[in-house]
Design a protein around this ligand. Structure first.
Ligand code: PFF
Length: 458
């Protein structure tokens, strides 16, 4: 605690004292809250479905361990050393290590990525809220395939409805972030994550009672190696990045609120395991329902928003299950969205005279405004194209193909190649032998893995 307070004072700029997590546990819950999001509950199951099941899952697990884990540690380590927003942190560390000032690009790209992703993440968060409303009001009861499809298409085609839900979602996010590190980010995760876990257990338990459970288990866990293509490997690696919230300045910002008492490797292992277990559980909740209704597991992005309502609609008690499911999706989205805003808020808070509340409002409203452009690309502006992509797709591609790999690669390369190695070994509390393993992974395996994805995506 004393350590945190000293660091808190050292991290302050122009008299502003920078927040800290209340404890190691509080930090871990917030980091898990960031990692567990739409990526786990919405994207992971449909990616498994599209990429052919267990082979994808196994590659994904390897990517988490060999690439995701070292990069989380690198981002936290950088953030903790800097004790400031990602931009100032990178600038300070580069200067103190006599490295090129260009390293600041890592902090800028990460902060920008988080902000841009939030703008469209909030639109999807809005869909989740809309579906929670539909589920609770019994809209799915007895629904047929055509109606389920029409419901989703109707939502996308209606800018007013999308705007209302996007606005509500962003208001919740801004409200939480304005309350600060402990009272906002940490508290929201402490409340929402256990609720999320409990709902997931109920849904998996329900899945076990259906006759699709066996099929779901073998779908997720028994690999068909013939389906493993280069594309599947790339998708797995890209998703490992996204699901652990890497390359967006988020983990750097979260690291800047950390004290020395936290063991970074252990914390990273906990976060990676929790994130993976929750993604797999989401699969075990969703696929039994899909299979027991004879529906298509490879339905793609509509899996959660079209296929599931159809399944819930045919169940007695389906409205309750559907409400639980979409509440789960909303909770997961909120605790991730708040983390996406944090690097930008930290930057504005530390570099301008604005208070925490002022910084939260200014950055949140800017992301909200950009989100409006993104949501219009599903309807009124669907023919406004930038190099052949809608605004929504442009934001998605710009961030996931350029900014994220650049930031993630920069973070791991900076820690592995630019920082004093003995100090990194000591900070990671590794024996000389264990450090050799870390060194090979951090210097070669992880950066090369990221580079491969980066080059392939171009
Ligand atoms: N990790 C989140 C998910 O899996 O949905 C998404 C996310 C949150 C990505 C925060 C990046 C981030 F900074």
């Amino acid at each position: 605690m004393a350590v945190s307070m000293v660091q808190g004072a050292a991290g302050a700029i122009a008299g502003k004292v920078h927040g800290h997590w209340s404890s190691r546990m509080g930090f871990i819950i917030a980091a898990v809250g960031s990692a567990v999001g739409l990526g786990n509950v919405w994207k992971f199951p449909y990616m498994v479905g599209q990429s052919g099941g267990a082979a994808f899952v196994l590659v994904y697990l390897a990517c988490i361990a060999l690439i995701g884990l070292p990069i989380i540690v690198a981002e936290w380590l950088i953030g903790r050393r800097g004790q400031k927003n990602p931009v100032n942190t990178m600038a300070d560390l580069a200067r103190s290590q006599n490295r090129s000032p260009a390293w600041v690009a890592v902090g800028i790209a990460g902060t920008l990525a988080g902000f841009l992703i939030l703008s469209f993440y909030s639109v999807i968060g809005g869909w989740s809220l809309a579906y929670l409303g539909d589920a609770a009001s019994g809209t799915f009861a007895g629904i047929d395939k055509a109606t389920a499809g029409a419901l989703f298409d109707g939502l996308l085609a209606s800018p007013g409805t999308l705007l209302a839900w996007h606005t509500l979602f962003m208001a919740v996010v801004i409200g939480i972030v304005c309350r600060g590190v402990r009272g906002g980010l940490e508290r929201a995760s402490r409340l929402l994550m256990p609720a999320l876990g409990a709902i997931l257990v109920v849904l998996v338990a329900y899945g076990m009672t259906t006759d699709g459970f066996g099929a779901a288990v073998s779908y997720l866990f028994s690999p068909d190696w013939n389906r493993l293509t280069g594309e599947v490997v790339l998708a797995a690696l890209g998703h490992a990045f996204f699901t652990l919230s890497l390359g967006m300045g988020v983990m750097m910002a979260y690291g800047s609120y950390l004290g020395q008492e936290v063991n970074l490797l252990r914390a990273a292992r906990t976060v990676a395991i929790a994130d993976t277990v929750i993604a797999l559980f989401a699969g075990l909740a969703i696929f039994p329902i899909v299979f027991s209704h004879g529906l298509d597991a490879a339905a793609g992005p509509g899996l959660v928003f079209v296929t599931l309502p159809l399944a819930f609609g045919g169940l007695s008690g389906g409205s309750l299950l559907a409400s639980l499911f979409f509440a789960l999706l909303v909770f997961a989205a909120v605790t991730s969205a708040i983390s996406l805003l944090e690097p930008a808020v930290e930057l504005v808070e530390e570099r301008t005279p604005l208070s925490r509340v002022g910084a939260g409002l200014a950055t949140g409203l800017a992301a909200w405004a950009l989100g409006i452009v993104a949501l219009l690309s599903f309807n009124a502006w669907s023919d406004v194209l930038i190099f052949g992509n809608t605004v929504f797709d442009t934001l998605d591609k710009l961030t996931s193909k350029f900014l994220l790999p650049l930031t993630g690669l920069g973070a791991i390369a900076f820690v592995a190649w630019c920082l004093d190695r003995e100090s990194v070994r000591a900070e990671l509390r590794l024996s000389p032998t264990a450090f050799r393993v870390w060194d090979v992974v951090a210097r070669f395996v992880a950066p090369i893995g990221v580079l491969i994805v980066f080059i392939n995506s171009l």
